[in-house]
Design a protein around this ligand. Structure first.
Ligand SMILES: [Zn+2]
Length: 481
């Protein structure tokens, strides 16, 4: 049975909003739309060990919702865009995958967006929690990091190097509210649509990601973990893939709504497996980019490469089954910044010929003038879902660089670890110690766009790895025999 650990500091901080009745998981109040499943779930819980564990049938629901705005809105990701979006090239989506029995289901949401912030994720989780009793740890929100989706309130707010006009900000705020509602809705749909299914996972490969700092010599993660959900007749209901690469195939003056390669991967997989819903999450690919960029056709090709590998893996049919016993945990850590610039340094920067650098410095000088204290750290959520001894799925906030994946692969059994980045929050890049020493865009200048005062202090990599180590069971430290 589900072993519920004590609330983490992160969940305690969210507890007030969640307003939960946790006296007993069996007595938990389930929303009206889940009542049928609840009755079914109670019956199943009694017999879960003897029935479902024996043939690995797990309640799974999957749903999708169109999140394409019906109006123009500033797109996030590229600093050079000066106008609101100019049409829709491809619809964008939020998808939800609900897995598990009523005493401990989890909901994984994937979103075609540059970055969903904690301010949205926590509200979504709290609203789902109010209706279903789910805790924050049971809900994960993964952004695809497409650079062709609407900006959300507070994410990369200094990207354009100038104040966002009032009417444009109003549209950003409007879309953020609408997206929040849709993320709640799609999650409830997935929970309500759970039915007995088989879940299997495996790992493939895609090769279009290259390290964007040093294309030939720096590391990159080409692995493509994939989770497949089938019904009792063997029909595929859902496919989740994760790949570690920026969704920056199209760039420059492209100012239309588009999912980039994750969007094309989803549509190609759904074309290949009619009736299935495809979800894409992003791994530790913050220093990786597609090997072919610029044309929309390249984004389509990258998506087709992912879909082709999904077809091959399904044809090969070497999936490890998961039995639905899931232990979810979440915590939040503080990552400290290096010493902040002095007023004199801010003043000097405010005269920079680089528009964003100058604007960033002016914003910080204004804050100092108003007597505000500047932030000395940023919060980062880290979440784990443990599927028994079979799979540990990690969710790390921010734009996480490949060194984290490589270090986790060395520390843990890499054959049972699945790392999702851009998860639950995207506060900034999460540079490694190596990149902090090297300097450059990811550890340093990118902080300007994210409205962070400076780069991280040394030691953040260890803080993150230590937290993951604390959240993961000991038996993941060694390869399974
Ligand atoms: Zn990025």
């Amino acid at each position: 049975m589900f072993n519920r650990p004590a609330l983490t500091a992160y969940e305690r901080a969210n507890k007030r909003r969640e307003n939960l009745n946790r006296t007993s998981s069996c007595r938990r109040k389930i929303g009206k739309n889940l009542s049928c499943w609840f009755i079914f779930g109670v019956i199943l819980n009694v017999t879960a060990c003897s029935v479902f564990s024996s043939d690995h049938l797990v309640p799974v629901g999957v749903a999708k919702i169109d999140i394409t705005p019906s109006y123009s809105v500033r797109l996030n990701g590229y600093a050079n865009r000066q106008r609101e979006s100019e049409g829709v090239y491809q619809q964008i989506w939020a998808k939800a995958l609900a897995i598990g029995f009523d005493d401990h289901p989890v909901v994984l949401i994937t979103v075609d967006n540059c970055g969903v912030p904690a301010s949205v994720s926590d509200v979504v989780a709290a609203r789902i929690g109010k209706k279903t009793g789910l805790l924050r740890r049971q809900i994960a929100i993964c952004s695809s990091h497409t650079h062709c989706a609407p900006m959300l309130t507070g994410v990369l707010p200094l990207l354009y190097g100038e104040p966002i006009p009032k009417q444009q900000q109003a549209n950003i705020d409007r879309y953020t509210r609408e997206l929040t509602d849709k993320l709640v809705h799609v999650s409830l749909l997935a929970l309500a649509q759970r039915k007995p299914s088989h879940i299997g996972w495996t790992v493939g490969e895609a090769k279009f990601a290259v390290n964007r700092r040093r294309k030939k010599t720096a590391p990159v993660d080409h692995s493509l973990p994939m989770l497949k959900v089938t019904d009792q007749k063997g029909n595929i209901r859902a496919i989740l893939v994760r790949y570690a690469c920026h969704a920056t195939t199209v760039f420059g003056d492209f100012n239309r709504i588009c999912g980039d390669w994750p969007g094309y991967a989803q549509s190609a997989i759904e074309r290949d497996f009619p009736g299935a819903i495809a979800l894409v999450s992003i791994g530790c690919g913050a220093d990786a980019k597609p090997n072919r960029q610029k044309k929309i056709e390249h984004a389509r090709q990258h998506g087709e490469e992912i879909a082709g590998e999904a077809r091959r893996l399904i044809h090969q049919n070497r999936f490890h089954s998961l039995n639905g016993k899931i232990t979810a945990r979440i915590d939040e850590i503080e990552l400290p910044f290096a010493p902040l610039p002095t007023r004199q340094e801010w003043f000097k920067r405010s005269a920079s010929t680089h528009k964003q650098t100058a604007y960033h410095a002016k914003v910080y000088l204004q804050r100092l003038d108003r007597g505000e204290s500047l932030p000395t750290s940023v919060k980062l959520p880290i979440q784990t879902w443990i599927f028994g001894d079979d799979l540990a799925m990690l969710f790390v906030g921010g734009e996480v660089v490949v060194d984290y994946q490589l270090r986790l692969n060395r520390l843990f059994d890499s054959s049972r670890i699945w790392v999702n980045a851009y998860a639950n929050d995207v506060p900034c890049y999460i540079a490694s110690e190596r990149l902090l020493k090297e300097g450059g865009y990811e550890p340093d200048t990118s902080m300007i766009y994210y409205d962070r005062p400076t780069q991280f202090a040394p030691g953040v990599e260890d803080r993150i790895i230590n937290t993951v180590s604390r959240l993961l069971p000991l038996n993941y430290r060694v390869p399974r025999k």
